[in-house]
Design a protein around this ligand. Structure first.
Ligand SMILES: C[S@@+](CC[C@H](N)C(=O)[O-])C[C@H]1O[C@@H](n2cnc3c(N)ncnc32)[C@H](O)[C@@H]1O
Length: 225
């Protein structure tokens, strides 16, 4: 019998292309663009206040604009919600492709009248948040960690977008280091986004958790609130 040799197909390398809608990443037959305009329906004050992230982030009895570090920025959607709620947000993203998409979507957001105010409170740091937090030079009120993509998402569209993000993202190989860096920065609160039934990050039990139907926020308090 004739033996048919199959060449193992190498996946094509991901590439970025500037398009009129914005910088677009292509990989494995899928495309991805940072798009903060998707957040517009979530920005109305009442809706924003009811967001699980905003409830979990709240710090009582503290005056003035509060400062957060989103140490795992991704495409910046969680950071954007915090900024829309009035937080000054430093976002760190270590993956250069995701970082480029985020930088591009932020530059479009500052030109959009509905997004500009929140976007102006967001400062992007392209690099590893463990290094940023080690040399931060101020005490943030909050550090937000979301090192893992939640497995369950509702819409097929989101699922497709997540598929590509999940392919790009290497699994967090240093959960303990990430959490330690957050703790060493001495914020009042560390907020960790997890799948609702997911394990604690680095196995560390939080002070308390707030759960929605799909995700859970584990809150670690480092100072009295
Ligand atoms: C699940 S995504 C975050 C999604 C984000 N919360 C959002 O709303 O779009 C996790 C991201 O964290 C990034 N990341 C993981 N560890 C990091 C680190 N030590 N420093 C900076 N970015 C990191 C990954 O590259 C990935 O883009």
């Amino acid at each position: 019998m004739k033996e048919v040799m199959r060449m193992k197909e190498e996946p094509a390398a991901p590439f970025l292309r500037q398009e009129k809608e914005g910088l677009t990443l292509y990989a494995n037959g899928m495309s991805l663009r940072g798009d903060l305009t998707r957040m517009k329906p979530r920005l109305k004050a009442a809706r924003l206040r009811s967001e699980l992230l905003i409830k979990a982030a709240r710090i009582k009895n503290k005056e003035g604009p509060l400062t957060a570090v989103d140490a795992t920025a991704g495409l910046g959607e969680d950071a954007f919600l915090l900024a829309a709620a009035g937080w000054q947000v430093y976002l760190c993203e270590k993956d250069p492709l995701i970082g480029a998409l985020l930088e591009d979507s932020l530059s479009r957001a500052v030109e959009d009248p509905e997004l500009a105010e929140a976007a102006s409170r967001m400062k992007l740091i392209l690099g590893d948040s463990r290094e940023f937090l080690a040399e931060i030079g101020f005490t943030p009120d909050l550090v937000h960690l979301d090192p893992m993509f939640p497995e369950r998402q509702k819409s097929a569209l989101v699922k497709k977008k997540l598929q590509l993000l999940q392919q790009l993202e290497k699994p967090c190989d240093d959960e303990a280091g990430l959490l330690r860096s957050a703790m060493d920065a001495k914020p009042q609160k560390i907020l960790i986004k997890r799948p609702v039934k997911g394990p604690y990050l680095a196995g560390i039990r939080p002070s308390y958790s707030i759960a929605g139907s799909v995700i859970r926020y584990d809150c670690i308090l480092l100072q009295d609130m």
